[in-house]
Each structure stands twice: as C-alpha cells, then as structure tokens.
Design a protein around this ligand. Structure first.
Ligand code: NAD
Length: 289
C-alpha cells in the first residue's frame, strides 16, 4: 500500500520479541520431547523495591510461557552480604541451574556489593552478561554472554536490514549495562562508532552525522527531530516516566519524519530485553549438558 507520508517505519519490538520467545519455546519443547531437562533460571530478588518486583515477575512469567523452569529466590532487605554471596555460590554449584540473575539495583546497604556479586556468578551461568569475564570476552570478540538490552538492540537493527558495516553509529550513553556493550557489538559488525555521554560537547553535531542512533541517556526528549540525518535508523532505549506518561530519549513524532526506521517507546527495545534473557538462558542450557 502507498504510504501517505514519508514517515519512517516503526520497528515493532513487541512483535519481534514475540517471535524470539516463540523460537525459544520451540527449542525448549524439543528438549522436553527428547526427554532432556528444560533450561532452569534462578532469579534472586533482594528487598522490596516495587519496580524490581515487577521486573522479576515479568521475567518469571516469560520463563513459564517459554517452558523454562525458574527458581524464585527472595531475600529480605537486611540480608547480610555474605549470605547473598553464599546463595550465589550454592546456585553456581547446582547442576540443575543453568542461569543466575541477581536483580539490580541491590537495596541501599548492599549496593556497594553489586560488583562483587556480579563477579561471583559463574561466567557460564551469567545470563545477564555483567561478569567482568563476559564483558572482557565481548571486547575481545570472544564467545560469551552479552547483556540482554544491547543484544536486543542489535537484533532490532539486524531485523531492519539497514547496513551496519561502514555505517556511522552514534551511541548516546556509556553505561556498562547499555551504552558500552552496544558500542562493542556495533564495532564487531564493522560500524564506525562514536560514544557520546554527559560530558560530550556538541551532541547534536555528532547525532547529525549518524546513520544509526542509539539513544540510551535516560533523558526525556533529549534528541530532537532536526538532529536526525534523513534516512537514519533510530533506536530509542530510554524509558522515562513523565507527566505525559512513558517517553523515550527521542522526540518520536519529530524524529519519525526523518528516520528510515525508528523504535517506539514503549513497545520498541523494552520487550526485547526479556526475550534475549530467555535466549541467553537457553544458550546456557546447551552449555551445561
Ligand atoms: P545510566 O544512567 O546508567 O547511563 C546514562 C548514560 O547517559 C551515561 O553514560 C551518561 O553519561 C549519559 N547521559 C546522560 N545525560 C546525557 C546527555 N544530556 N547527553 C549525553 N549523554 C548523556 O542509564 P542506563 O542504565 O544506561 O539506561 C539508559 C536509559 O535506558 C534509561 O532511560 C533506562 O531506563 C533505559 N533502559 C531501558 C532498558 C530496556 O528497554 N529494557 C534497559 C536498560 C535501560
């Protein structure tokens, strides 16, 4: 059908994530048919943060639907750090557990232990991809677990069919969970990558030269439509709660007029994260025979 305007195509993260989840479910069903055990993911939640509770519930539901077994481990807010580390050790040694996910952020008194906890998870069970060994493997281009949101971003870009090789990709944000790993993934696909952050001078100038924009700053409406190079692909990772509701880092209506492809918020990158967690857990299962 002829399009009335030249607005960019919306990248339907919900649909693409559903396809990934279906593929995982089929693989799990195949294991069960062959009388092999399904993958098993341990989800550790410490404390009472309401948002973390919702995230863990969404993850456990997604596991259920994919046929992935899960262990729901809840620890009180005042859990001593040693106890949390012992819990991780127990799961590391449990041959029936393929993946271990410690929901972040940890509550205030344990926050300083986050790096130690990430490092305690056995790298072959680190389905979140936050262990220094897996981060290092990513930089080295060696096989390992990659964080779920960056994996989801790359998957969406690959689905659009836009060429990555030789493209100029501008990543806004340098966090260890999103910006840095996504930059490494793009580099492996032979993009020329610029990483921008809060101290970058002339952010609009960088974005204007980008064939691919990945916005992961967590700042509502940071990226304006007139910054977007005509025909660029725009991936909006931001999830910002505002009085206008949930918005991304990109002014969607403006940017869509110039982009070739663009993700909505919500319904773009968001649904991909859990889909990639399921995929990583299935992969962990194939590593633990
Ligand atoms: P973060 O706060 O850890 O990092 C933000 C990064 O953006 C920093 O590197 C900072 O330097 C940079 N930044 C901040 N303001 C900037 C500015 N004005 N100009 C340029 N750079 C700027 O955040 P994060 O954990 O990387 O998350 C980023 C956003 O993505 C958040 O909105 C978060 O909610 C969202 N997020 C979504 C998903 C998902 O969709 N599943 C997953 C993770 C994070």
């Amino acid at each position: 059908m002829e399009m009335a305007s030249s607005a960019g195509a919306i990248i339907d993260g919900k649909r693409i994530a559903a396809e990934v989840r279906r593929s995982v479910r089929e693989h799990v069903a195949d294991l069960t048919r062959r009388e092999l055990r399904p993958p098993r993911l341990a989800l550790i939640l410490v404390g009472d943060d309401p948002a973390s509770h919702i995230y863990v519930r969404n993850k456990s539901r997604a596991c259920e639907r994919a046929g992935i077994a899960y262990l729901d481990i809840r620890l009180p807010e005042d859990t001593p750090g040693e106890r949390l580390l012992e819990q991780v050790d127990e799961l590391n040694h449990d041959d029936t557990v393929d993946g271990i996910l410690v929901q972040l952020p940890l509550p205030g008194p344990l926050r300083h232990l986050e790096p130690a906890v990430m490092e305690r998870v056995e790298p072959s069970k680190d389905v979140d991809g936050f262990h220094p060994e897996n981060m290092g493997r990513l930089l080295l281009g060696q096989p390992g677990f990659v964080a779920c949101t960056p994996l989801g971003i790359l998957f969406l870009l690959e689905q659009t069919g836009v060429p990555l090789e030789g493209a100029h990709a501008v990543v806004i944000g340098r966090s260890v969970t999103v910006g840095r790993p996504v930059a490494a993934l793009l580099l492996h696909r032979h993009a020329t990558v610029t990483i921008c952050h809060s101290r970058t001078l002339d952010l609009p100038g960088h974005v204007r030269r980008a064939d691919i924009v990945v916005a992961a700053a967590g700042k509502p409406n940071l990226v304006r439509g007139d910054w977007i190079k005509p025909g660029a692909a725009v991936i909006d990772v931001g999830i910002n709660r505002t009085e206008q509701g949930l918005v991304g880092d990109v002014v969607f209506d403006e940017a869509r007029q110039r982009a070739s492809h663009i993700t909505p918020v919500p319904g773009g990158v968001g649904p991909m994260t859990i889909a990639m967690l399921l995929q990583n857990t299935l992969r962990a299962r194939t590593m633990h025979r």
